[in-house]
Write a protein that binds this ligand. Structure first.
Ligand code: FAD
Ligand code: PHB
Length: 394
């Protein structure tokens, strides 16, 4: 017999979306339970995004989980676009009225959120199995799962599907309800984490004949670097020396030197744009990567997940305070307006900065002209800057 549990909002997934939602609800006095199929150590060590928009930083700070981020995060007020061997700075501060971004690893955000949630009596169940969601068109949806060989049935008022792209919530919605919009890119990113001081104070996005390269960082001692590769690239064919050589070639610029060091981790990530509409079915609400994926070129995935749950938490707050469902009913529409603008920006950055198989010399010239325009027109740089630091929250 399953053990019965009861909560107001059942949250599937302890990534950024699930954890931020759980916190925001706690601040409003709304109860939630989070279940996660991986171990705590696994989610706290999973290397993913690293760029936080100003709005994300402000929210984490307001929520009371920003102390370590404020201490250890690196605040940047610009990025460099490099092409034809020359760098061009996009000055966020000047172009956006003082806004910037903060470099702070996603897994550090997850650690801070998990610690704070558990410290305030919140419950996160890690390493659960056989998760399934039920009855979400009724007023009493349920989540079934198994933990330590015991079955559980969690009944709740609402389910938040924060279980990422490969989760079970989205596929549990019956066929014919969701419309999928998708583009898969014919390349991936080979990413490394290296014990080497970053060779630049700010991120460098490079367009090169051999393909895109990105210099990013995690701390003053750890660099994060990427090169465009085939989507199914075999990492075994990339010994460390070959990766450094490729980075050096693509990032080359007069008088600039790439600092190298031991490679701590390497991997290949595919690139896709993906959206489902609507982001809700009955009492099941999808948030973050479970509803949409962006290619990483705009550094938006994590930020978009946080923006979704901010809207969702506000809707739950209104429901529990007044019984009104207007904000729950407009959740999907409000989120999708931002989602599509962020999709556009991420697609645009990706298209501008990568070499596409089968492109012709016209395409190459056009991309260079676009980069020249973006870095020489105030209007164009401002458009990039306001999207990169994050569009205003609704
Ligand atoms: P997730 O972080 O995926 O969290 C979902 C959680 O649900 C996970 O912890 C997962 O284990 C859990 N889960 C899944 N299935 C179940 C289940 N059945 N039951 C219970 N729990 C479940 N974005 C950038 O901006 N820059 C980057 O460089 C970047 N790199 C990335 C690299 C990789 C390999 C990946 C996968 C993503 C990357 N992203 C990047 C995207 C960014 O990390 C995501 O957009 C962000 O994690 C979204 O947060 P989320 O909470 O919606 O989903
Ligand atoms: C990263 O630091 O991992 C990173 C930075 C910027 C991006 C993508 C990833 O656009």
């Amino acid at each position: 017999m399953p053990i019965s549990q009861r909560t107001q909002v059942g949250i599937v997934g302890a990534g950024p979306a699930g954890l931020v939602l759980s916190h925001l609800l706690q601040l409003e006095g709304i109860e939630s339970l989070v279940i996660e199929n991986r171990s705590r150590q696994y989610v706290e060590e999973r290397v993913r995004a690293g760029v936080l928009e100003q709005g994300t930083v402000d929210l984490l700070t307001e929520m009371g989980v920003g102390q370590r981020m404020q201490r250890e995060g690196l605040v940047h007020y610009g990025i460099e676009l490099r092409f034809n061997g020359k760098g061009h700075r996009i000055d966020f501060k000047e172009l956006t009225g003082g806004k910037g971004i903060t470099i702070y690893s996603q897994h550090e955000v997850v650690k801070d959120l998990t610690n704070a949630r558990l410290a305030s009596g919140g419950q996160i169940f890690f390493e659960v199995e056989n998760v399934s969601v039920h009855d979400f068109t009724s007023s009493n949806p349920k989540i079934h799962y198994r933990k330590d060989s015991q079955d559980y049935e969690m009944s709740c008022d609402f389910i938040a599907g924060c279980d990422g792209f490969h989760g079970i919530c989205r596929p549990s919605i019956p066929e014919g309800i969701l419309t999928t919009y998708e583009r898969v890119y014919p390349f991936g990113w080979l990413g490394i984490l290296a014990e080497a001081p970053p060779s630049s104070d700010e991120l460098i996005y490079t367009y090169h004949e051999r393909g895109f390269a990105l210099l990013s960082m995690r701390t003053p001692h750890i660099s994060r670097l990427y090169v465009q590769c085939d989507p199914d690239e075999d990492i075994a064919l990339w010994p460390d020396e070959k990766i450094w050589q490729e980075l050096e070639t693509r990032l080359a610029s007069d008088g600039w030197k790439l600092t190298k060091g031991p490679i701590l981790q390497k991997g290949v990530t595919g690139m896709r744009s993906f959206v489902v509409e609507p982001m809700r079915y009955g009492r099941l609400f999808l948030a973050g990567d479970s509803a949409h994926i962006v290619p990483p070129t705009g550094a938006k995935g994590l930020n978009l997940a946080v923006a979704d749950v901010r809207v969702l938490a506000r809707a739950f707050k209104a429901f529990y305070a007044t019984g009104r469902t207007e904000l729950l009913n407009t959740y999907s529409e409000v989120c999708l307006r931002r989602v599509w603008k962020v999709q556009r920006f991420s697609w645009w950055m990706t298209s501008m900065l990568h070499r596409f198989p089968g492109e012709n010399p016209f395409d190459h010239r056009r991309q260079l002209a676009e980069l020249d325009y973006v870095t020489s027109s105030r209007a164009a740089s401002q458009s990039l800057a306001e999207n990169y630091v994050g569009l205003p929250m609704d």
